[in-house]
Write a protein that binds this ligand. Structure first.
Ligand code: G4P
Length: 528
């Protein structure tokens, strides 16, 4: 198979949802269809169970699982599918944001009873900002939930999407009878048997066919006809170009647990989802079909074995062919590196591969060279854009609790920050270190890992910040900037890249600063 065909075969995507909407269950059913696993229950959930926030064994166990489920690959029909894992727990939201820079499309799972929830809103917003094509799967139709039209309204309003249903439920909960597949024009009847892998479908070119009344009953058949007519009046027809541009989002209904509506989703996904997409770098747009290899690190995972401090850097291949043992340029370090045992992923296994294509993810063993966002090329000096840091929500001073181990502490902090566990800010005034995180859980993770992997001890102290704002003055030499720096001296810090940051203590002080110093622009992500 040629290079272009290999690229055309790949579908690399992520599933996003609020915890408990059914992401793990759906992933598992997709793997079952691909024959990558044989039984339900094989994919372990990597979610942090409720109430486990201070249970380290739980966190460590989750870390182990999340290495295994970072990339789940399988073949379906003639396509190679890579599902990138996105943690649902909000304390790990930043991991998910970064993973979204490596996907070519997304499936959004929504619970029919709960509707659009908080995490879904945040994650969809990130996808919308990047025009990532999205499919919506409304799950748990075997339970009583919201009316389908109301839900689609909610999706449009709360998530700012433009939807068009490609399947539609016949009844719901106790009365759930099946799915009318608008995309394929057939009906799939629900038997509620989760062991059944492939259901029988009945094709319907003409909804007025009286056979429909016989199959689902006269009243539900009539209701379905009416609702489908309403759909054709209210919603725009599916337009693939609009979907690929991130401007229209097809909706599917089903029940992942009962394996219902999943095949419809997968078959349509295979037909419409995009192959690997071009990516912007600081110098140009890189096309997957280019013959020279390029890729970027979107995730770093520390090994579970504290004796070997090696890590796996996950690289998304953007263009060209990645080959084992070929030297590539680590652009930030200006160093050539060779990888003798790159891992590819299949279902939950990983294996050494000689060659990988755009859209694929390779896991590279790393002894501390990589940082999230790093670019690898065949020699070209360019860096991929689009892995910004977001402002943390929690801030604490980190102190050394064992003076004999200050080197270890420094190294540990340095490497954990490169992994993207949290963000480090060094105060301008006194060089004290402040750790910013998305969730309180990370402080415990950091303390635990510093001790177990680096032999260092730390303690924390509250730092009264509300948000980190990255600063860009219009003119670094003007009076206004000098005054800003003098007045806000106590709140200024450098991030790990050396960018100047204002650690504001309230929304009010951000507003005041914006009013008083209009030429000092404040940004809420590190990339602007
Ligand atoms: P997540 O990864 O998005 O957090 O969700 P997960 O798949 O773990 O699903 C959350 C719960 O919802 C699970 O129940 C799961 O069995 C259930 N679920 C998923 N899809 C459906 C569906 O289509 N219908 C119904 N009725 N339930 C569904 P649990 O009791 O929390 O976990 P478990 O003990 O079953 O694993």
């Amino acid at each position: 198979m040629g290079f272009t065909e290999e690229i055309g075969k790949r579908r690399t995507f992520g599933i996003i949802s609020h915890p408990d909407a059914g992401k793990t269950t759906l992933t598992e059913k997709l793997l079952l269809f691909g024959g990558a696993i044989q039984e339900a229950g094989a994919v372990k959930s990597n979610k942090i169970k409720k109430g486990a926030t201070s249970d380290f064994m739980e966190i460590e166990r989750q870390r182990g699982i999340s290495v295994a489920t970072s990339v789940l690959a399988f073949n379906y029909r003639d396509k190679k599918i890579n599902i990138l894992d996105t943690p649902g727990h909000k304390d790990f939201a930043e991991d998910t944001f970064r993973t979204l820079t490596a996907v070519d499309s997304v499936i959004v799972v929504i619970d029919v009873a709960k509707g659009v929830e908080e995490q879904t809103e945040k994650l969809v917003e990130v996808c919308r900002m990047r025009n990532i094509p999205m499919l919506v799967f409304i799950n748990k139709l075997d339970r009583e939930g919201k009316d389908a039209f109301d839900l689609m309204d909610e999706v449009e309003q709360k998530l700012g999407l433009t939807v068009t249903p490609l399947s539609y439920p016949i009844g719901m909960g106790y009365d759930f009878q099946g799915i009318y597949n608008i995309w394929e024009k057939n009906i799939n009847l629900f038997s509620g048997d989760s062991r059944k892998n492939i259901e029988e479908t009945i094709a319907f070119d003409d909804l007025n066919n009286p056979q429909l009344d016989e199959i689902v009953g006269a009243a539900p058949a009539e209701k379905l006809r009416e609702e489908l007519e309403l759909i054709s009046e209210v919603y725009p027809p599916f337009d693939r170009e609009q979907y690929l541009a991130g401007k229209q989002q097809p909706v599917f209904f089903g029940s992942a647990l009962n394996n219902f509506g999943v095949r419809e989703l997968l078959d349509c996904f295979i037909d419409i989802a995009p192959p690997p997409r071009p990516k912007d770098s600081d110098t140009r747009t890189v096309e997957p079909e280019e013959d020279k290899f390029s890729g970027f690190v979107f995730k770093i995972h520390a090994n579970m074995d504290p004796k070997h401090r090696d890590r796996i850097a996950f690289v998304k291949i953007v263009s060209g062919v990645f080959e084992r043992n070929k030297p590539y340029l680590h652009v930030r370090n200006k160093k050539k590196l060779k990888f003798s045992s790159p891992n590819a992923f299949f279902a939950e296994k990983k294996e050494i591969v000689d060659i990988s294509y755009p859209g694929d993810i390779v896991g590279l063993h790393d002894t501390g060279n990589f940082k999230i966002g790093d670019t690898l090329t065949e020699g070209e000096d360019m860096s991929f854009k689009g892995i910004p840091n977001f402002s943390p929500e929690h801030f604490r001073y980190i102190n050394n609790a064992d003076p004999m181990k200050s080197k270890q502490l420094e190294k540990g902090i340095d490497q954990l920050m490169d992994e993207g566990v949290a963000q480090l800010f060094t105060l301008e005034l006194n060089n004290r270190k402040v750790i910013g995180t998305v969730g309180a859980l990370q402080y415990e993770v950091i303390q635990y890992r510093l001790e177990h992997e680096y032999g260092a001890k730390c303690s924390y102290e509250n730092f009264p910040a509300y948000k980190a704002c990255w600063i860009k003055p219009e003119d670094p030499k003007n009076e206004e900037f000098a005054e800003f720096k003098r007045i806000k001296q106590k709140f200024l810090a450098k991030d790990k890249q050396g960018q100047l940051v204002f650690l504001a203590d309230s929304e009010f002080s951000i507003q005041m600063a914006q009013q008083k110093y209009p030429s000092v622009k404040l940004h809420f992500t590190s990339e602007f």
